[in-house]
Ligand binder design. Sequence first.
Ligand code: ADP
Ligand code: MG
Length: 267
Amino acid sequence: MTDTTSTASPVPAGVKPLVDIQGVHKFFGEHHVLKGIDMSVKPGEVSVIIGPSGSGKSTLLRCINLLETISAGRIYVHDALIGFKEINGKLHDLNTKQIAGQRREIGMVFQRFNLFPHKTALQNVIEAPTQVKRQSKAAAKLKALELLEMVGLSDRANFYPAQLSGGQQQRVAIARALAMEPELMLFDEPTSALDPELVGDVLEVMKKLAKSGMTMIVVTHEIGFAREVGDTLTFMDGGVVVESGNPRDIIANPQHDRTKEFLSRVL
Ligand code: ADP
Ligand code: MG
């Protein structure tokens, strides 16, 4: 059923994956949304996921980030089994505190910039480090200013979300996720809600982050980004991985009709 074409990734063989997704299924009631997903991402890799609307891309990211519970299979992030602990071969649910601990290691940026509207850019970025990690305000602020500089918004630190463009808000959202020093960043169509002229700045920040060695899983329709920045490209359709491999190979020479048809629509 899962017909996967793999090519070598640029990360040397033998390096342990940072993210290891094994036979993951997800049901919403009777609705079988993920039908046996296998995928792995090595440290420092950028894994790009494409696919039509409704194919299960967001659900997969949400399962990695513990916003959804998987129905079967396993997800490991840095050797930790996500959402469960295994005792004598049996899986037990994690408690709320353990879930929060795992989620803290994973940053996520959504399609809709969900900044706190009544907080400035700087206050948004220091919120989690001070509230969740109990960092001092001074230390969190120092780090936040560095991150705002990284995303090109040093001069917008004291602006409220409503005073920022969508692209600027999305860059604040990236800085906010990075403030928790995650070991993995998930992006769910981070540029889909933006006006076309604002997409480039956000993609530039993501590219910079990729170059800095961050491990990233990026759901996007930006095929140029996939080709230029992606180490692997995975095409999902109907809750399965149809094909996965080197982005340039897949874009130039898709093996499956469904991939061809999808690419012809987005290219
Ligand atoms: P994609 O991100 O690829 O567009 P999604 O993961 O959002 O796809 O959705 C996959 C399928 O799962 C869709 O049919 C969607 O309606 C369904 N779905 C997503 N979230 C829920 C939910 N919370 N409850 C029920 N169905 C859901
Ligand atoms: Mg989605």
